[in-house]
Design a protein around this ligand. Structure first.
Ligand SMILES: [Zn+2]
Ligand SMILES: [Zn+2]
Length: 279
């Protein structure tokens, strides 16, 4: 199979909630959610957390001038890198932002608000790239140059979208910022069915979630690895990726976590900055 027909995935930010730089998080990384997915010449970026800044520098050196950014939702850890993504300051780029509108706010209004006085020195109109907006709803699918993207509703305060990207007969599922129910979430199960890779919100351990350590985190919109592997097993996914690491989980903690998860589901890996997957 030629290289162009493979899907290339690279993780640029794997942390949840807030960036957590420092020597104790250097191995997995402290930047927030951002994953690059390449399907032929198409560039898809899943979320614009702080990790997108470094990805911007890489893209600037390339020929492709069109970029799609798919947003799961608009909590800070998923958007804060957007105005630091270098291609937005280059007029040769066209960037399509994909996401849901929220209540009465259009997608454009949401980003106008992000870059608003007194929160940021520049406004959306000051960006040089041609920015366009594609509003989607959670049952949509997108087809673009042999790439199929399927969306699904996740369970998170204010709503969140999970994405399944299919290309060259392979499938990659991004399901972060979702809280499990007592039974398996049917829409997530459908989205993940037979996927080659499932990236899942493993923000909390069972003890953290239930309140054995610290306050109970039920209703906070995140899940645990134990529920994640239930989905992975039921959906028969090939590879399970532990994602949206809690900012308080240092490298040692995540090393241990990964070992624990692998006992239950062999093909499990904790996401780290720089991690690459080729499908
Ligand atoms: Zn998040
Ligand atoms: Zn969130």
């Amino acid at each position: 199979m030629s290289r162009a027909s493979k899907m290339y995935i690279r993780f640029w930010g794997v942390r949840g909630s807030i960036a957590s730089p420092g020597k104790e998080t250097a191995k997995y990384g402290g930047d927030t959610s951002c994953i690059e997915v390449r399907c032929g010449k198409e560039i898809f970026i899943l979320d614009a957390g702080s990790g997108i800044r470094k990805l911007g520098s890489k893209i600037l050196k390339e020929k492709t001038k069109h970029i799609n950014i798919l947003f799961s939702h608009f909590h800070w850890d998923h958007i804060q890198g957007f105005p630091f993504f270098a291609p937005v300051f280059n007029k040769n780029y066209s960037i399509t932002l994909v996401g849901e509108r929220k209540m009465n706010f259009t997608l454009e209004q949401l980003f106008t608000a992000q870059l608003m006085f007194p929160y940021f020195p520049l406004s959306l109109a000051d960006l040089d790239a041609k920015i366009s907006f594609r509003e989607v709803s959670r049952n949509d699918s997108i087809v673009k140059n042999n790439v199929k993207i399927i969306l699904a509703r996740l369970n998170h305060p204010g709503g969140c979208i999970g994405y399944r990207i299919e290309y060259g007969g392979k499938s990659f599922v991004y399901a972060t910022d979702t809280e499990h129910y007592s039974c398996i979430d049917k829409s997530l199960l459908k989205l993940s069915l037979n996927a080659d890779v499932l990236v899942y919100d493993c923000n909390y351990t069972d003890d953290e979630y239930s309140g054995k350590t610290g306050p109970p985190r039920t209703g906070w919109g995140h899940s645990t690895w134990t529920h994640g592997i239930k989905v992975a097993k039921a959906a028969k996914v090939k590879k399970f990726i532990i994602f949206h690491h809690d900012p308080s989980h240092d490298d040692k903690f995540i090393d241990n976590l990964e070992k624990q998860v692998q006992k239950e589901f062999k093909e499990s890996y904790a996401a780290y900055e720089g991690m690459e997957i080729i499908l």
